[in-house]
Ligand binder design. Structure first.
Ligand code: SF4
Length: 539
């Protein structure tokens, strides 16, 4: 296993844009006093551009918090910034193309502002691909691996609360043929950031709480295990402390995050509070827990926060992303018994064919997945299920794609996030033949989305006439594709119910951040439209 010193190190950059503040117009400098004057400096204003999953969004909140704590300010937009942090995603090709497409613009911004620095981080940055990245992203000054994100301010030469010395060395581990950074310090730097209030949460009502970093799974199309390293769980008490803070601050919903959130805790030390937890996993390799906590225990701990401390607790708890391997009966029981856990689960299936699943390295069969669905629906009546699907994976035949459509019709997911397969450099699947033509992948994708649209519409229509509790997120102008559900009154407020359905309704701005009872009047494939309970019908 190579040590950090054996690997190429990134340059420490000059402090970006440490400019002397210009004198105010009209002020007459007293040259006699000049030598006694203090020099005021302007720290860089920053803009964080985030692509990809909720984990990236949470990481961006932490980096923004560190920059604010170092004295920087948030720029009004990317064009006004002295420091641009791009937190990108390489799971899908589209995100990378988006960033590559902005290199020209970033180059022009740097010409106009020579002090501008551009940092790129996220799953695209690995221990072994710096040369490729420099060619692909010429406007970028500094590449940070996900495990190096706590070093952001130190690498930029900014006086932050965290210095490179305090961070210590990261560690590296071989994952397959690659070297992944393990960064065991991530749980610790998160705990310090929480304690010192250094997380710039983007919203005051909903919060993300990362609980496990990295992934131990073997999905052949995925870069995460190579980019983020093996799983490292945050300690139980640290997570509960962060959730307690959020409850006191009035947050109403939190989402526990992990690339494979259900496996949280298996790498922690045994703890006698969890002596009753012996086994784990219904699918895949059986994992002995031997008194280590699992996510079921964590959900129960979070659910009890309000009771123990006399505060209101968090009313809504979600967790994402779940791999079917680690969806145990203990977890399903916790979902059923904890009042705060929402009646929704995102459970990626990826394909409806066993042979394709095997090539994807998913380690479950369609039958096992369907069994989980049945158990979830029996334990949590009315649970909504969403999933991810890849069309046109290596070697996928028409018959195998048909099996995926059949799975869709059988499960009747509330929503499907689908993408056509694109080989990602550095993943094991690049050694498989990418033999489904691009046009065919797209055709399958469109067929699948059309089938799902009909299912989504039917499921949403079953909500018409019901009342549901909506946590209002924002005011939003109607979008073009919402036309069939928003025609007429033009709803302004948008939020989600516990089942994660998007709900539009009219109401005053002050309701943003509130829980509101809504009577559903209409439904489209992607959203529900209703009226606030108690509001007169003005149609
Ligand atoms: S579970 Fe599979 S798809 Fe998800 S992050 Fe891990 S390797 Fe990637």
């Amino acid at each position: 296993m190579p040590t950090r010193s054996e690997l190429p190190t990134l340059p420490v950059l000059d402090a970006p844009s440490l400019r002397t503040r210009p004198p105010r117009a009209g002020a007459r400098p007293d040259t006699g006093l000049e030598e006694y004057g203090t020099e005021t400096t302007v720290l860089p204003s920053f803009h964080v551009w985030t692509l990809g999953c909720q984990m990236n969004m949470s990481d961006s909140e932490e980096m923004a918090g560190a920059l604010l704590a170092a004295g920087c300010s948030e720029a009004a937009g990317i064009e006004q910034a002295d420091l641009i942090v791009i937190n990108t995603c390489s799971i899908r090709e589209a995100a990378e193309h988006k960033v590559i497409g902005r290199m020209g613009v970033l180059g022009r911004l740097k010409e106009a502002n020579p002090a501008l620095r551009v940092v790129l981080t996220g799953c695209s940055v690995r221990a072994d691909n710096q040369g490729v990245l420099q060619r692909r992203y010429p406007a970028v000054d500094l590449f940070l691996r996900p495990d190096e994100e706590p070093e952001l301010t130190a690498r930029l030469g900014l006086a932050g609360l965290t210095t490179a010395d305090q961070l210590g060395d990261g560690r590296f581990q071989r994952v397959g043929r690659s070297v992944a950074a393990t960064a065991d310090r991530l749980p610790g730097t998160r705990a310090a950031a929480v304690e010192e209030g250094r997380i710039a949460r983007s919203r005051g009502v909903k919060a993300w709480v990362p609980i496990v970093y990295g992934c131990d799974k073997t999905c052949t199309y995925c870069i995460v295990p190579f980019a983020r390293g093996p799983e490292r769980s945050r300690p139980y008490d640290d997570i509960l402390a962060e959730v307690g803070q959020l409850a006191e601050a009035g947050y109403r919903e939190l989402t526990l995050l992990g690339q494979n959130v259900n496996s949280w805790g298996h790498d922690l030390e045994p703890d006698r509070r969890f002596a009753h937890i012996a086994g784990g996993r219904e699918l895949g390799r059986k994992q002995a827990r031997d008194g280590r906590p699992d996510i079921a225990a964590l959900l129960r701990g979070i659910d009890a926060i309000g009771d123990d401390e006399g505060s209101s607790g968090i009313g809504r708890v979600r967790f994402v992303t779940s791999h079917p391997w680690d969806l145990t009966d203990r977890l399903i029981a916790a979902m059923a018994e904890c009042a705060s856990v929402c009646e929704h689960l995102h459970l990626p299936v990826q394909s409806g064919d066993d042979e394709v699943l095997r090539r994807m390295g998913r380690q479950y069969t369609v039958e096992a997945y369907l069994d989980l669905v049945d158990r979830l629906r029996a334990a949590v009546p009315g649970i909504s299920l969403t999933t991810d699907i890849i069309t046109g994976f290596c070697g996928e035949t028409e018959a195998q794609f048909e099996s995926t459509l059949e799975l869709l019709r059988r499960v009747r997911f509330d929503q499907v996030f689908a993408a056509a397969y694109s080989p990602r450099p550095g993943t094991p699947a690049v050694r498989l033949a990418d033999d489904v033509p691009a046009a065919e992948k797209k055709r399958r994708l469109n067929e699948l989305l059309a089938a799902q649209e009909a299912i989504g519409l039917e499921l949403n229509q079953a909500w018409v006439g019901r009342r549901t509790e909506v946590l209002v997120d924002e005011i939003r102008q109607p979008r073009q594709h919402d036309h069939e559900v928003v025609a007429g009154r033009g709803p302004r407020l948008v939020g989600r119910n516990r089942e994660h359905k998007l709900v539009h309704f009219d109401g005053p701005e002050r309701l943003v951040g509130e829980l509101v009872e809504v009577h559903i009047e209409r439904a489209g494939p992607y959203a529900l439209v209703g009226r606030r309970v108690g509001e007169p019908d003005h149609a």
